[in-house]
Design a protein around this ligand. Sequence first.
Ligand code: OGA
Ligand code: MN
Length: 201
Amino acid sequence: MVSVENLIESINQRGWAVVTNCMKHTDSLRLKAECEAAYQSGDFQPAGVGHGMDRTIREDIRQDQVMWIDPHGNSFELETYLAKLENLRLTLNQHFFLGLFDFEGHFAIYPKGAFYKAHLDRHAGTIDRIVTVILYLNPDWQPGDGGELKLWTTSGEREGAFQLIEPRMGTMVYFLSGEFWHEVMPAQKTRTSITGWFRQR
Ligand code: OGA
Ligand code: MN
C-alpha cells in the first residue's frame, strides 16, 4: 500500500499510478459478490462505444458488460468505496487544481474471452473525463488468466513503453483519461472491476 503522498507524486510525475492492496479483502469480496449478483439478475448491459447519439455497441472493440453506479443509496461497501473516491477527488483538486466536480462509474464484467481494444477514455469532442480510476475485484488471479490492462506509459502514444497490470483484487489504477492509451487483453476467465472517471464540468 502506498501513501496518498506517493500516489499524488506518481500522478504528478508520470500521469498514472498503480496501487496494490487498496481495500480490505472482505470489502472487495463483498463488492465482487454484489457485482455478480446484479449480473445474474440481468442488471448489466453490453458496454457502448462513443457518446450521445453516436453511442453504439461494437463487439469488435469491446465485449464487457456494465452496470452504472447510482451516486447514492448503494450498499454499505459501495458507499464506503464511493466515500474513499470522494476523499481522493478532494485531494486531487487540492494538489492539481483540476476542478474535478464528480465521479461517474460502472461495474464491469468481462466474460471469458472478452477484451477492450486500445482506446482513450475521452469521447470525441468532450473534455469532461479527467482522471480514470479502476478497482479490480478478482481474487486468485493467476498469470495466464489474461485480462491484463495494457497501459502505454508515454502520454499520447499508443506504441512504445507500456505496463501490463494484472487485474488483481484490491489493485487500483489511476491515469489521465485523455492522455494514456490503454487496452484490456482478452480475459481467460470472468474479470470483474469498478471503473470510473472524475469529471470536470
Ligand atoms: C474502460 C477501461 C480498463 C480495465 O472501461 O474504459 O479501459 O482494466 N477499462 O478494466
Ligand atoms: Mn478505458
